[in-house]
Design a protein around this ligand. Structure first.
Ligand SMILES: Cc1cc2nc3c(=O)[nH]c(=O)nc-3n(C[C@H](O)[C@H](O)[C@H](O)COP(=O)(O)OP(=O)(O)OC[C@H]3O[C@@H](n4cnc5c(N)ncnc54)[C@H](O)[C@@H]3O)c2cc1C
Length: 225
C-alpha cells in the first residue's frame, strides 16, 4: 500500500492510498487527480480532507510528514503540492528548497487582477446590440467589461470589469468602500446609456485573497542575448 499526499479544492488535503503494483503507476494516477481534482479517479481513489492549512512539510525521513494548522499530521510515501508559490514560501520545508527552486519562487512575477462585478436592473446593453467577451474595451481605467448576464432569473443584467497591471494597482490604492463604484462612474461617463439602474457593485481582488495573494504568475522577462 502506498500513500501520496496532495492539496486541492480550497485548502483541502488529498490523501491517496493505492495498492498499485508500481510506484510510477501510482504517481501517474495521482498527478492526474492533482491536475483535475474533480476527475473520477480522484473520487475513486482519494480521500479529501477539508480545512487543512499546511504549515510544514518534512521530507527528511523515509516518509513525508505534513503538518496542518490545527495540529494534525499526515504521512505518505510521496507528496505533490499545488500550493501557489506565493503562499508556499510561508510553509516550513525540511530539507530546505534547493537554491534554484528558492530563487524561482522568489523571482516569479505576479499580477494583481481585480474584477468589479456589477448587477443592473436589466441588461440594457444587450437590447442595444452590445455584447461579447469583452463587450467594450478602453485605455481608460475601466479597461474592459464583459457581459455575464446568462439566464439568471429576475431580468437583471450582469457584467464584470476586468482590471490588470497598472489599472488594477490604481484601483487597489483607492479607498475600499468606493473603489468599485469609481470604475462604474468612469464607464458610465464614457459609455452613457449602456447601464440602466445599477443594483449592486462589488469587487474581488486576487492579491487580497490569503490562499493565493496574486493572480497570474510568470517567470521574469530576461532580455535576449
Ligand atoms: C482572474 C483569473 C482568470 C482566469 N481565467 C482562466 C481561464 O479563463 N481559463 C483557464 O484555463 N484558466 C484561467 N485562469 C487560471 C486558472 O484559474 C489557474 O491556472 C488555476 O486555477 C491554477 O490552479 P492551481 O491548482 O495551480 O492553483 P489554485 O487554483 O490557486 O489552487 C491552489 C490551492 O491551494 C490551496 N492552498 C493555498 N495555500 C494552502 C496551504 N497552506 N495549505 C493547503 N492548501 C493551500 C488553495 O486554497 C487552492 O485551493 C484564471 C486565473 C485568474 C486569476
Amino acid at each position: 500500500m502506498r500513500e501520496v499526499l496532495s492539496y486541492c479544492l480550497g485548502g483541502a488535503l488529498l490523501l491517496k492510498r493505492s495498492s498499485s503494483v508500481s510506484a510510477s503507476l501510482g504517481l501517474a494516477r495521482l498527478t492526474s487527480a492533482a491536475v483535475c481534482p474533480c476527475a473520477a479517479q480522484c473520487i475513486l481513489f482519494c480521500t479529501v480532507v477539508k480545512n487543512c492549512c499546511v504549515t510544514s512539510i518534512d521530507q527528511s525521513g523515509a516518509k513525508v510528514t505534513v503538518k496542518v494548522k490545527d495540529g494534525r499530521e499526515f504521512t505518505g510515501d510521496r507528496i505533490i503540492s499545488t500550493i501557489p508559490f506565493t503562499v508556499l514560501q510561508d510553509v516550513k520545508v525540511t530539507p530546505a528548497w534547493s537554491s534554484r527552486k528558492k530563487s524561482m519562487f522568489e523571482q516569479m512575477e505576479w499580477d494583481k487582477t481585480v474584477k468589479v462585478i456589477v448587477q443592473t436592473k436589466s441588461p440594457a446593453w444587450l437590447s442595444q446590440g452590445v455584447h461579447g467577451w469583452p463587450m467594450a474595451g478602453s485605455d481608460h481605467a475601466w479597461e474592459r467589461v464583459v457581459d455575464i448576464t446568462g439566464n439568471e432569473p429576475g431580468g437583471y443584467g450582469n457584467v464584470f470589469f476586468y482590471l490588470n497591471g497598472t489599472n488594477a494597482e490604481r484601483l487597489l490604492a483607492r479607498p475600499r468602500e468606493t473603489r468599485a463604484q469609481e470604475i462604474v462612474d468612469l464607464f458610465e461617463k464614457d459609455m452613457p446609456g449602456l447601464f440602466d439602474e445599477v443594483v449592486t457593485v462589488q469587487d474581488f481582488a486576487w492579491s487580497e485573497q490569503p490562499w493565493i495573494r496574486a493572480s497570474f504568475g510568470a517567470p521574469p522577462w530576461v532580455e535576449p542575448g
